[in-house]
Design a binder for this molecule. Structure first.
Ligand code: ATP
Length: 261
């Protein structure tokens, strides 16, 4: 049984070894234009346009069923779509998911996607499978510094971790591929509020100290806008609003529809 009621205080560490890329360069990492598609005959996305620049945290908000998860799946090449998806100027729409991973996109799916039968450490090693450098062990220690509870549980089966710990593992596993762009699909799902706050604070820290570019899909608008640079709101498979996170946070329409105020 997972237990999401742990307080996050035992994980209080800062991100070590900031990389040389910590300052956002403003270069376009992801550019999505006219993205349409869905599942067989069911069209979910109706011409989405959005982008993510180097070093940004961008959040995609929207109601249940609006198409947020489908958007991330489309970027990762998991569903057939039309339009354009470029990664640092290179067209990736139509490429297979493993190729998109190799090009630098790491996707933490809803429900986390750890390998429950493998140990925490082996999950991290699997996350580094595309790498050929000799720094995998050092990176494992680095993410253990960020999430010390994972170090304590390094030999434990991933499936025996609490929900919050599994989410930390899923994020660390994705980071082990040294991605250029991290896609996070509703990281708060099913977690207790304190755990979620800690998780988001850690995303902000990772972004600040390593410059990691993140595209986050989230229903918890308040929390996500709190760490994001910019946001987009999807309604029925199109972008209904977009803007800087602090503007969206203070926009009456957004507040009524997504912030419950
Ligand atoms: P949620 O927050 O509930 O996950 P979402 O905005 O992420 O919502 P999606 O999961 O992208 O929404 O789903 C968009 C639409 O696509 C919904 O109507 C959903 O029922 C449909 N859908 C999702 N997955 C599939 C699938 N595998 N096959 C058919 N339809 C699907």
């Amino acid at each position: 049984m997972s237990d999401d009621t742990h307080t996050p205080t035992d994980n209080a560490a800062t991100v070590s070894e900031p990389s040389a890329t910590a300052a956002p360069s403003g270069a376009r990492v992801l550019d999505v234009a006219g993205l349409s598609g869905g599942y067989g005959q069911i069209q979910v996305l109706h011409g989405l346009d959005f982008h993510v620049d180097d070093g940004e945290i961008v959040v995609i908000l929207g109601a249940n069923g609006a198409g947020k998860t489908t958007t991330l799946r489309a970027v990762s090449g998991m569903i057939a779509t039309t339009g354009s998806v470029t990664l640092r100027g290179e067209q990736i729409l139509g490429k297979k998911t493993p190729d998109i991973v190799r090009k630098g996109v790491a996707h933490v799916p809803q429900g986390r996607g750890t390998l429950p039968e493998l140990s925490v450490e082996d999950n991290l090693r699997v996350g580094a499978y595309i790498r050929k450098d000799g720094e995998v062990d050092a990176d494992i220690e680095r993410w253990f510094d960020v999430y010390p509870v994972l170090r304590e549980r390094r030999n434990q089966r991933a499936g025996s971790l609490s929900g919050g710990e599994q989410q930390m593992l899923a994020v660390s596993r994705a980071l082990m591929s040294r991605p250029d762009l991290l896609l996070l699909d509703e990281p708060s799902l099913g977690l207790a509020p304190l755990i979620v706050q800690d998780l988001f604070a850690r995303f902000a820290e990772i972004n600040k100290e390593t410059g990691m570019t993140m595209l986050v899909v989230e229903q918890n608008a308040q929390l996500a806008l709190g760490i994001a640079d910019r946001g987009y709101v999807i309604e029925s498979g199109t972008i209904a609003f977009d803007g800087p996170a602090d503007e969206l946070m203070h926009d009456d329409k957004i507040r009524k529809a997504y912030l419950g105020v």
